[in-house]
Design a protein around this ligand. Structure first.
Ligand SMILES: C[S@@+](CC[C@H](N)C(=O)[O-])C[C@H]1O[C@@H](n2cnc3c(N)ncnc32)[C@H](O)[C@@H]1O
Length: 277
């Protein structure tokens, strides 16, 4: 039984970080390929209204997108992300936060193929409605972890976003297994796996398990927000990038430093990380 609802968290710091990276990952592949496939293994419902009950409960977006909305500096990845959000909203002032399906649906062109997996019944109905007119998109009410590899075509450049809710603890183990399978047999895939930093020991273990795979195609990008030894709550989040191009990694290097300055708590004693693992 799934109880996670992304609406409680939409637009928070982790969402901002993940969506900036997603946009840059798409751009990096489209520089060299006319068309790509995109697979979102954990898609959510599409859009999140700031006035909805979910969004207004914890107002996590106040620490995320709201802090970035008046961004005045020069980072091109951040500026482009804000432009995408405003274009999707059709307004300078945002009334809803677009999730990964909306962002990718906006960015893609008709030659791209977009596949979305969502297991939660209500979320999948909303997503189907949301994408009903998009002829390049398909939505599946199935387990994304289990089925997405079947959809990868050997000759097609494919971008995969794996964005589990980590409601179930084995999601961390599943991620490691997926990376192993990608590394063995999928040269044509770039994958982005989002993860929360919940406690330092488990985080180190997760990263160590990935390191033990011995792949030379994996980069860790981690954005801390709080001291890692605080007792409760999410301390930050990260992205495991599989087969990320230098263009993408370099763009994220500058961007993550700026996000850190904007989002971190004043007592945060950890630095952002971008490292091959
Ligand atoms: C973090 S949210 C997704 C947010 C979305 N990717 C975005 O960036 O806007 C995770 C979603 O995965 C769904 N989910 C959980 N386990 C799943 C599974 N095994 N397969 C597909 N969807 C799943 C949850 O219902 C939830 O809507």
């Amino acid at each position: 039984m799934l109880s996670y609802k992304h609406g409680y968290h939409a637009g928070n710091q982790a969402d901002v970080f993940k969506h900036i990276c997603l946009i840059q990952a798409y751009k990096s592949l489209k520089r060299l390929n006319n068309s790509i496939s995109y697979i979102d293994t954990h898609a959510g419902s599409g859009d999140y209204d700031f006035k909805s009950d979910y969004m207004s409960k914890n107002k996590e977006y106040e620490y995320g997108i709201n802090k970035l909305e008046n961004y005045k500096y020069e980072n091109q990845s951040i500026k482009f992300y804000l432009k995408v959000l405003r274009n999707i909203n059709n307004s300078k002032k945002l009334s809803f936060y677009p999730g990964s399906p909306s962002i990718m649906s906006y960015l893609s062109d008709s030659s791209d193929r977009l596949l979305f997996y969502e297991l939660h019944n209500n979320e999948v109905q909303l997503l189907k409605k949301h994408l009903a007119k998009k002829i390049n998109s398909k939505v599946y009410n199935k387990d994304g972890f289990e089925f997405f590899l079947q959809k990868i075509k050997p000759k097609e450049k494919t971008l995969v976003l794996i964005d589990p809710s980590y409601e179930i603890k084995d999601d961390f183990e599943k991620v490691v297994k997926v990376l192993q399978m990608l590394d063995v047999a999928y040269q044509n895939v770039t994958a982005m796996i989002w993860y929360p930093v919940l406690n330092i020991e488990n985080n180190d273990l997760f990263i160590e398990n990935i390191r033990k795979l011995g792949s030379n195609r994996i980069t860790r990008i981690e954005l801390p927000l709080k001291k890692y030894n605080e007792e409760i709550g999410m301390k930050g989040s990260g992205i495991i990038l599989f087969n990320g191009s230098n263009f993408l990694i370099n763009n994220m290097k500058d961007c993550v430093k700026e996000l850190f300055q904007i989002f971190k708590d004043e007592n945060c004693n950890i630095k952002p990380k971008i490292q091959r693992i």
